[in-house]
Write a protein that binds this ligand. Structure first.
Ligand code: HEM
Length: 406
C-alpha cells in the first residue's frame, strides 16, 4: 500500500462539516495569533533577563526588566490559549499527519505539557522575585523558564516537521524492522526553520517596545525620557532582529527538497522581502510615526510566514497523494452557523469589550472610569454570553430529546 492511500485511509470517516479550505484558512489565520504571542513572550523574556542583569548600569533597566517580566507572564497564557485554535483546525484537515507525528514522539508530547508547566512556574517565581533590590541569583529561574519555553518550541517544530515526511514514518516506527513504540525520539528537526521562526522573537519585542512607548504617551508616570529610551531600544532591536532573522531564513530557503519548486516560490521570497522591508522601515522610522504601525507591519510578516508554512506543507504532501480538497464533506449547517456566530458574537463582542476596556484603562493613571460606549459594550458582552449559553443548552437538549424520544 502506498503512503498516500495510508494517509487517506487514516482520515476521520465522519468527514468534515464544511469545505476543507475554510478550515485551512482559519488554521493559517489563527496560527498567526499563536506565533505572535510566542514571539512576544520569548522576546520579552529574553529582554527581561538581559535588563535584569543590567540594573546597575542605568536608571531604566530595572524598570524595563520588571515590565517585560509582566509582558512575558501574560504572553505565555495567551500563546497557550491562542495555540488551541490552530491545533483544532490542524486536527480537522491534517489529522493523519498530526496524530502519527504525535504518536511517534509520544513521550515528548507528554513532556511538552510538563516542561511548559515547570517553565511557567519558574517564570512566576522570577516574576515575584523581580522587584527593586532583587537578588541576582533569582535570575536562574528566568533562565530555566526561557530554556524550557525554547524546548517546547522545538517539540512543536519537530511535530510540525515530522508531519511533512510521511515517507519516513515506517523507518521511525520500526527502525530496521524492529517496532519501537517508546515515542522517545524527536525524529526530524530542520534547524534553519526552527531557528528562523524563533529568531523573529527579537524584532517582535522591538516593534512591541515602539508600540509600548506610544501607548504610554498619555501617562505622566511614564516620563518622556523613559519612553524615548524604550522606543530607541525597540528600534535597535527591530532593525538587528530583522537583519539577523534573514540568515536562518536563507538557510531554510535552500534546504527545501529538490524538485519541490519551493526554493524559487514567490511567497518564500516575498517573506524575505518583507523582512528587508521591515528592517529598512524600522531603521528610518520618524519620531512622529505612529508607534503601532510597526506592529501592524510585523503581523504582515507573520501572515506571510503562516501562508508560507502551509505552502511548504502542501508541496510535501500533495505529491504523495494527500490533498485536503478531497476530504469527505458532510455539510452540517447548524454547527457551522453556531461556530461562526460564536466567533463573531462572543469573540467579537466579549473579546472586543475586554480589549477596549484594557486598552483604555491602561492609558489612565490611577482610577479609570468607563465612558458610556464602553459601558454599553460591557452590557452587550454580558447579553451575548447569556444568549450563547441559552442557545448552547437549548440546542443540546433538543438533540438529546430528538434522539431519545422521536
Ligand atoms: C512555550 C510554548 C510554545 C512555543 C515556544 C511554541 C512555538 C511554536 C513554534 C516555533 C511553532 C512552529 C513550528 C514550525 O513550523 O516548525 C509552533 C507551531 C504550533 N503550535 Fe506552538 N508553541 C508553544 C506552545 C503551544 C501550545 C500550548 C499549543 C496548543 C495549545 C501550540 C500549538 C501550536 C500549533 C497547532 C502549531 C502548528 C502545528 C502545525 O502546523 O501542524 N503551541 N509553535
Amino acid at each position: 500500500m502506498d503512503i498516500g492511500t495510508v494517509m487517506n485511509t487514516m482520515r476521520d470517516p465522519a468527514g468534515v462539516p464544511a469545505h476543507p479550505v475554510l478550515f485551512q484558512g482559519l488554521m493559517v489565520i489563527t496560527w498567526v495569533l499563536h506565533i505572535a504571542f510566542v514571539h512576544l513572550t520569548l522576546g520579552a523574556a529574553g529582554l527581561a533577563i538581559y535588563s535584569f542583569y543590567q540594573r546597575g548600569k542605568g536608571p531604566f533597566w530595572g524598570r524595563l526588566s520588571m515590565a517585560m517580566t509582566k509582558v512575558a507572564k501574560v504572553g505565555v497564557s495567551l500563546l497557550i490559549v491562542l495555540g488551541v485554535a490552530p491545533l483544532l483546525f490542524t486536527q480537522v484537515i491534517y489529522d493523519p499527519q498530526w496524530y502519527v507525528s504525535n504518536v511517534l514522539s509520544g513521550r515528548w508530547v507528554i513532556a511538552f505539557i510538563f516542561t511548559l508547566i515547570v517553565g511557567y512556574c519558574s517564570w512566576f517565581i522570577f516574576y515575584y522575585a523581580n522587584h527593586e533590590g532583587a537578588k541576582r541569583y533569582m535570575g536562574i529561574f528566568a533562565w530555566v523558564a526561557l530554556a524550557l519555553f525554547c524546548l517546547d518550541g522545538l517539540i512543536m517544530h519537530a511535530l510540525s516537521y515530522q508531519e511533512l515526511l510521511p515517507a519516513q514514518w515506517m523507518n521511525w516506527y520500526a527502525p530496521n524492522g524492529v517496532v519501537d513504540t517508546s515515542g522517545s525520539s524527536l525524529h526530524a528537526i530542520q534547524w534553519p526553520r526552527y531557528v528562523f521562526i524563533m529568531s523573529l522573537s527579537l524584532p517582535a519585542v522591538g516593534v512591541f517596545l515602539i508600540a509600548y512607548a506610544h501607548y504610554f504617551a498619555t501617562r505622566a508616570d511614564r516620563e518622556p525620557e523613559y519612553r524615548q529610551y524604550v522606543r530607541s531600544l525597540g528600534q535597535r532591536l527591530a532593525v538587528w532582529g530583522f537583519a539577523f532573522s534573514l540568515i536562518p531564513f536563507l538557510f531554510w530557503q535552500f534546504a527545501h527538497p529538490d524538485g519541490s519548486g519551493l526554493a524559487a516560490h514567490p511567497i518564500g521570497w516575498g517573506l524575505a522581502l518583507s523582512l528587508i522591508g521591515m528592517l529598512v522601515w524600522t531603521k528610518r522610522l520618524k519620531a512622529h510615526t505612529n508607534g503601532y504601525l510597526p506592529v501592524v507591519g510585523g503581523f504582515g510578516v507573520l501572515a506571510l510566514l503562516a501562508l508560507w508554512r502551509e505552502i511548504v506543507r502542501i508541496a510535501h504532501l500533495k505529491p504523495l497523494g494527500y490533498d485536503i480538497a478531497t476530504y469527505t464533506v458532510h455539510v452540517d449547517w447548524p454547527s457551522t452557523l453556531l461556530f461562526f456566530s460564536t466567533f463573531v458574537g462572543v469573540g467579537g463582542l466579549v473579546g472586543g469589550f475586554y480589549l477596549t476596556l484594557l486598552y483604555r484603562a491602561g492609558r489612565v493613571q490611577g482610577l479609570y472610569t468607563a465612558d458610556r460606549s464602553v459601558a454599553r459594550l460591557g452590557t452587550g458582552a454580558v447579553a451575548v454570553l447569556g444568549l450563547w449559553i441559552a442557545v448552547f443548552f437549548v440546542y443540546g437538549i433538543v438533540i438529546w430529546l430528538r434522539n431519545s424520544f422521536v
